[in-house]
Ligand binder design. Structure first.
Ligand code: AMP
Length: 291
């Protein structure tokens, strides 16, 4: 299959109907093994895999890394070709936001957009949902594949397609990690080697939390905090934004009696790099004490 690259809405519209069913993998580029795993998953789900590459200004807050976010289109193109992608949609900001994005109609992420990562990044999820809905309307995929690495984003997109009756099936893919546990992220390339050592505390905290999962939420969180507090004292330090144990669909923190699936989510800054990670857990009911 030849790889079609569409940069404008017209190019996309002209090509769209030749693709049959489409599984879309939305990305901001700087593709890595995590993105490859999404593309491979998508390949089994539809006739054509489409990858969108767009660094979406609407989801970056003031003082965030919009300007320095890595842009590596030639390498991304090579990866897409290797992975059998049929369509790349790589629009400019002007194509996606002809009105400059000012004062226009956007998607509101509601209450879920204001908790956990939404506290650290106000407006972020409104920007994410707005661009995802625009991409869905332009590309008209049957399925879209997202990473569990951004667990709150995945939960919010599922919520959006339900609440707004968007006819796209949403599929989630497990987080791909380096051998030492660091979750792959386009932002990892900002890290110096010393910062990378500190960044490992995020995934280590999740693993320590997971080992405490039979003991319930308070013990899970304190096991994770031990690692994170130690990392806050190292050089360079981890500046922790949050560590929370939440319900995977609402992102509300779970109580001590919670039974069922939960997500242990952590975020922080190392130097000027904002990193997030999470781990899905299952909290089993406490064993009965009756004999
Ligand atoms: P991004 O380019 O960072 O916006 O990510 C595009 C998609 O790739 C999102 O659905 C992310 O959740 C997913 N993704 C990013 N990193 C990973 C990873 N390490 N493992 C699995 N999926 C990932």
């Amino acid at each position: 299959m030849t790889l079609v690259i569409a940069r404008t809405r017209e190019e996309l519209a002209a090509a769209r109907d030749s693709f049959g069913t489409i599984a879309l993998v939305p990305t901001m580029g700087a593709l890595h093994e995590g993105h490859r795993s999404l593309i491979r998953r998508a390949r089994g789900l539809a006739n054509t895999v489409a990858v969108s590459i767009f660094v979406n200004p609407l989801q970056f807050g003031p003082g965030e890394d919009l300007d320095r976010y890595p842009r590596t289109f030639p390498e991304d193109l090579a990866i897409c070709a290797e992975e059998g992608v049929g369509l790349i949609f790589a629009p400019t900001v002007e194509t996606m936001y002809p009105e400059n994005g000012d004062g226009g109609v956007t998607v509101s992420s509601g209450e879920m957009g204001t908790v956990v990562e939404g506290v650290t990044r106000p407006g972020h999820f409104d920007g994410v949902l707005t661009v995802v809905l625009k991409l869905f309307n332009l590309i008209r995929p049957d399925i879209a594949v997202f990473g569990e690495k951004d667990a709150q984003q995945l939960a919010m997109i599922r919520r959006m397609v339900t609440d707004l009756n968007v006819p796209v099936w949403i599929d989630g893919c497990p987080t791909v990690r380096e051998e030492d546990g660091l979750a792959l992220s386009s932002r990892n390339r900002y890290l110096s080697s010393a910062e990378r050592v500190t960044a490992l505390s995020l995934s280590l905290a999740l693993r320590m939390g997971a080992t405490a999962s039979p003991d319930g939420p308070a013990k899970i969180l304190s096991a994770a905090r031990v690692v994170l507090e130690e990392a806050a004292e190292t050089e360079p330090p981890l500046e922790l934004d949050y560590v929370v144990l939440v319900d995977p669909t609402t992102f509300h923190e779970v109580g001590e009696e919670h039974v069922g699936p939960a997500v242990l989510a952590v975020a922080g800054r190392v130097g000027s790099t904002h990193l997030i990670d999470n781990m899905p857990l299952y909290l089993a009911p406490a064993p009965s004490t009756e004999s």
